[in-house]
Design a protein. Sequence first.
Length: 344
Amino acid sequence: MKILLTGGAGYIGSHTAVALVEAGFEPVVLDNFANSHPLVLERLADIVGQQIPLERGNVLDTPWLEDVLRRHQPAGVVHFAGDKAVGESVANPLKYFHNNIGGAVSLMRAMETVAAETPDASPTLVFSSSATVYGDPASVPITEDFPRSHTNPYGHTKLVIEDMLYALHAARPAWRVGVLRYFNPVGAHVSGLMGEDPAGIPNNLMPYVAQVAVGQRDHLNVFGNDYPTPDGTGVRDYIHVQDLADGHVAAIKRLLGGSTSFTVNLGAGRGHSVLELVSAFERASGRKVPYRIAPRRAGDVAQCWADPGLAQRLLGWRATRSLDDMCADTWRWQSGNPNGYRSS
């Protein structure tokens, strides 16, 4: 069965492509390389031993998407494509509303148009959502029935797309929709050939720590050490990107098996502080990671981690890789590719 991955050359999409091949599916990558690099396709081929088909274009182009769907006739679609930098979304909200919400509408319209051409079609879509839809949670761990809110335009787009999918499924019960709320994806493929390659200054903690360890940056800024947590620094639920990729495969299998639509958290189910992560990375890399304490950032929450029990019960999935695994795999990627895919 073919599975179309929008944004499939990105960090999570590329690892999901590997997991799909290993599970017997045929992924098709759709990407415009606005936030990714074409070399990913070469690395994918090296890892899985075969070329992954590529469709180069923009999800905002609805007629082109319809053509892609007609030519490949995928059994399902995983929608990763979109912008994801919280800070940029605050500075440029229209870009995020246009690309993220507009891209999702374009994809749904294309899928609905093509499905109407086939009797008894059941459009199948897995959406890459985020724990940002929980805003600042009142307590932890977070279950799927927690109130939703948003603290920035990026999180707002995820919440709006979730609501659009729920409305679409209510209007078109034949649609099968899986909403996956990620917590904090980190790590890299165990081969060291693929990993996170942020453009410019990293927005997330792990790639920033890795760049400090490899000597690209002088030090890490730790934003706040006076939170009500064991060491005063923010606590987050870090999940290995390969565990996350396996979660997508489990979701696709569940939907294609005839499941009704669902929404689940994908997280490890425990929190680690900033300083815990720094210490683990120093162990993995054998390098010191100098840091400085800086003022808290507006919008940051003290602690956030998932209750992943529903994903285990519904999908038979749970995260298996430890924080040490995440750091070791990140270091293997970063040390072998100090400038990311631009190293080659």
